[in-house]
Design a protein around this ligand. Structure first.
Ligand code: FAD
Length: 320
C-alpha cells in the first residue's frame, strides 16, 4: 500500500512544489508506514527525477509517450487512476495549482475518493482521518474528516517546506491503457518560457496594483523581480485593464500564493486581494497612502511614491 504523489512534468523538469509534496508524503509515511511512490507523465529524463529520492520517494511510475506531452485532463486522470490502482494507493497527493485542480476532482469522482483541496499542515489524525484546510478565503481553518478508503489531498505550496528523507529511487516505465484515439484529444500547449519562474513556485513575488498607473510602468517591477530572482503578480483591476496577463492576478478570484516574501506595490489591500496572499511569510507594502488597508496586514511598510522607492530598492539590492 502506498501514498501516491502526482509529479508535475514541466517541460522535462520538476519543480520545487513536487519536492515539497514528496516531503509531505514522507512525513505522512512516518505515521502510516505506507510507501511513498510517484507518477509522472510525458517525456522526462530519469536524471530529472533523481532528486525525488532525496525527499523520500522510493518508486516512481513514468508514463512516457509523445502523445502525453500535452496535458489532457481526462487522459491524465485515467493514467493517475491506473497508477493508483497498481500501487494500491491509500492517499493521493496533488499540487494545489491549476493542474491539481483539473485532475484531482475528476479522479475523486472516478475512484469515489474524498478530496480535500487547500490543505494546511499535516493531518491532525489518521484514524479517523482529519485534516485542516483553508476556509472562507483564508480567514479560517476548517477541520475535515474524510471517510472514504482512498483519500485525495492538495496541500498548499510552501505550507510544509522541504524536508529530506533520503531513499533510493526506483524509476519504472509505466504503460497505461488509454483506448481514446489521440486525434480526439483536446491539446492544450504548455509553453512556459525557459528560465521564467512561475508564480506558484516563486519564493519572492513582486506585485503591482492600480497605483502603478499603467502597464508600461510594470517594467520597473519586472526589474525589481529580476534582481531578486522572483516573479511578477498583480491585483485584479490591473489584469482586467489588460496591463498584465490574467494569470498573474492574485486574490479571491485569482491565484492563491504563499511566497516567502510578497511585495505589494501600489495595492490598496482589499480583502479580496489579501485572500490570495495571506499565506505569504512576509508582506512588504509600498503605498503613498498611510491609511491604506494593506499596512494592516504588512510585516514591513514604506509610505511613499512607488516611482521613487522602487528604483532605489533595485539599486540597493543590486549593490548587495
Ligand atoms: P486600488 O484599490 O485602486 O488601490 C491602488 C493603491 O495604489 C491605493 O492604495 C493608492 O494609495 C496606491 N497608490 C497610488 N499611487 C501610488 C504611488 N505613486 N505609489 C504608491 N502607491 C500608490 N482584487 C484582487 O486584487 N484580486 C481578486 O481576486 C479580487 N477578487 C474580487 C472578487 C470580488 C467578488 C470583488 C467584488 C472584488 C474583487 N477584487 C479582487 C477587487 C478588489 O475589491 C479591489 O477593488 C482591488 O483589489 C483593488 O486593486 P488595487 O489595490 O490595485 O487598486
Amino acid at each position: 500500500m502506498s501514498i501516491l504523489v502526482y509529479i508535475s512534468n514541466v517541460n522535462g523538469k520538476i519543480k520545487k512544489q513536487s519536492l515539497e509534496l514528496t516531503s509531505y508524503a514522507s512525513a505522512m509515511s512516518k505515521s502510516t508506514a505506507l510507501d511513498v511512490c510517484g507518477v509522472v507523465i510525458g517525456d522526462i529524463e530519469d536524471s530529472a527525477l533523481d532528486e525525488l529520492g532525496k525527499y523520500g520517494m522510493g518508486k516512481i511510475l513514468k508514463a512516457v509517450d509523445a502523445q502525453f506531452n500535452n496535458r489532457v485532463n481526462r487522459v491524465y486522470t485515467r493514467i493517475v487512476e491506473q497508477a493508483a490502482r497498481q500501487l494500491n494507493a491509500q492517499y493521493i497527493l496533488f499540487p494545489d495549482n491549476n493542474e491539481g485542480k483539473a485532475i484531482a476532482p475528476r479522479l475523486s469522482a472516478r475512484m469515489s475518493a474524498g478530496f480535500v483541496p487547500q490543505v494546511m499542515g499535516m493531518p491532525n489524525s489518521y484514524e479517523p482521518f482529519v485534516v485542516s484546510k483553508r476556509a472562507f478565503t483564508g480567514k479560517a481553518l476548517a477541520r475535515v474528516e474524510v471517510q472514504t478508503k482512498v483519500k485525495i489531498l492538495s496541500p498548499m505550496f510552501n505550507s510544509f517546506g522541504l524536508i529530506e528523507f533520503p531513499k533510493e529511487l526506483l524509476i519504472e516505465a509505466f504503460t497505461p491503457e488509454i483506448d481514446e484515439p489521440h486525434s480526439r484529444l483536446n491539446i492544450i500547449n504548455r509553453n512556459l518560457n525557459e528560465g521564467t519562474i512561475s508564480l506558484a513556485d516563486a519564493e519572492i513575488v513582486v506585485s503591482g496594483g492600480r497605483g502603478m498607473k499603467s502597464g508600461e510602468h510594470f517594467s520597473m517591477l519586472e526589474a525589481l523581480s529580476a534582481t531578486l530572482g522572483g516573479a511578477v503578480a498583480c491585483s485584479r483591476p490591473v489584469a482586467d485593464a489588460g496591463w498584465r496577463p490574467a494569470d498573474e492576478h492574485v486574490g479571491q478570484t485569482g491565484k492563491i500564493i504563499a511566497p516567502n516574501i510578497y511585495f505589494a506595490i501600489g495595492i490598496s489591500g482589499a480583502i479580496q486581494h489579501v485572500a490570495g496572499v495571506s499565506g505569504a511569510k512576509c508582506i512588504v507594502a509600498i503605498n503613498s497612502d498611510p491609511e491604506a488597508p494593506i499596512f494592516d496586514v504588512a510585516d514591513y511598510g514604506m509610505v511613499g511614491d512607488a516611482f521613487k522607492i522602487v528604483p532605489e530598492l533595485i539599486e540597493a539590492f543590486k549593490a548587495h
